[in-house]
Ligand binder design. Sequence first.
Ligand code: PLP
Length: 469
Amino acid sequence: MSTKKDLFVLIPKVDDLLNDEKIKDLLEKVPRIMIVEAIRESIEEIRIKIVQLDNQQVKSFKIDYEALIEKIIRIIKQKNRMNLSKVINTTGVVLHTNLGRALLSESIKEEIWNVANSYSTLEFDVDSGKRGSRYAHVEEIITKLTGAESALVVNNNAAAVLLVLDTLAKNREVIVSRGQLVEIGGSFRVPDVMQQSGAKLVEVGTTNKTHISDYERAITEDTAALLKVHTSNYKILGFTQEVSLKDLVEIGREHNIPVIEDIGSGTFIDFSKFGLYKEPTVQESVAMKADIVTFSGDKLLGGPQAGIIIGKKEYIEKMKKNPYTRAFRVDKLTLAALEATLRLYLDEESALEKIPTLRMLTISLEEIEKKANALYALLKENIKHCTIEKIKGFSQVGGGSMPLEKIPTMLISIKPENLSINKFEQMLRDYNPPIIARISEERILMDVRTIKENEFEIIVAGIDKLLKK
Ligand SMILES: *Cc1c(COP(=O)(O)O)cnc(C)c1O
């Protein structure tokens, strides 16, 4: 008859486990420290289990050596995986902030890697052999594409707005419509950013209506700028009125006050051509002569995370000298990805084809149906014990863009026979690579819009494996 003490003695020792053939094999690929950690964790788990046994259970308790080894290997594999790693997004939310927002184009891999893995012209002017500007690389293409006089790039649009306000309006007043004091996901709140910059917020109008006269009445000696914020992620309907950028620019001209516009999602493409909501384009804001326009690199633009500031040269030059510019400095990988993405826009067709965000948003329903049919057929052929259906649904743009837009799409619905839907969803998330799906009415729904074709096989193999467990 064994006691708990006997059981503790039977737990394999760390050194013995390190000498197990299967574990030894892993030593070639995985740092030893990680393996030892996995062994210790697994052993500790057994120890705790033994402590919790009652007298009856002690008699029958056995340590399953093979199961222990398998468990250790599983933990090692988990530990050896990058924490930041790829997932399969089947949610149909194209700009999914939690899943990394915009995807970069496959076609610009080399441009990014070349700069990452070699010395580069980052701050070097090859012609003169002298120090160059890190911002010059993208400035030319941004001004070419937008028609703006000058441009500057920082880490994100939040930083861009802060830099603009700090440079142009520190300790002075900035007039904003009450309807535009928005919070954008990830704790970007217009009043807070204003406060941080040291600009004094002067609210005008009401939540639903702001008139030209509201701005005019609020202008004083101390007014440094008029700010227009695109309310990207919400809409007020009904009895509403906003002052257009055109009118705001006119007021600014009259009083010699710069007009700043934060358009959030900076798109170069007019999405209404594709039956989508009309987001203001960057070119339109420039054409309406806003003095400064700021937007994100990784929303509808489909590039890397960045904040792009365009506008009058005299203002941009001032910003370049602001110490915040150094603090918000973009790194070379971002610049490489941004320049390469922007170059694709020189040919709109090519941009629509090659930039994943644009492609996913403008793909025809016919092509979506083809994708859905392909995934459906693969699942039907390979997965048993599941109800699999193809149904109509809607995708979302995400990233706080076009909040009301529901883009018709096709969903694959999967309902396992012998497994709770919550458990199944969790298993999909735990899979490598994680498959992120949503549950609706006791089934898993997968929107093919955000799934790449080469991920179909992974999904099918994954589900097959998970359901066989
Ligand atoms: C998204 C957004 C921001 C913040 O941009 P980030 O690039 O995420 O920092 C600021 N203003 C508006 C209007 C936005 O839509």
